[in-house]
Design a protein around this ligand. Sequence first.
Ligand code: ZN
Length: 132
Amino acid sequence: MDDLYRELILEHYKHPHNHGRLEHPDISAEEHNPLCGDRIRLDLRIEHDVITDVRFDGRGCAISQASASMLTDELIGMPVEEAKRFSKERLLDLIGIPLAHNPVRIKCALLALKTLKAGLYGVGHAPDDDDL
Ligand code: ZN
């Protein structure tokens, strides 16, 4: 792994952005990644179909938590329709590390996105992992 990306991930892991819980969130979702033991909970505030605030909480490996931190930075101010289409490629670009050869790490990196989609689409209606 490139040192620069590793540093970015550790920085987000140690000092996560938008960490915690929202009081009375409009949407709240929680997902876990049994392969690694990662867990992410996401609280969203939505006003006029725009995400105006977001917090995440969770535990797990550095990649899962750093990816949630980076994703939440992107989400604030984003229209719900755009967030629903937020692709895994876009998130992996943000994280910046080549994970294509590592299916376990990809699940860690995409857990936050999976949680977001579960929240926006509703449990049972979110896309499968492969179609995020
Ligand atoms: Zn993990």
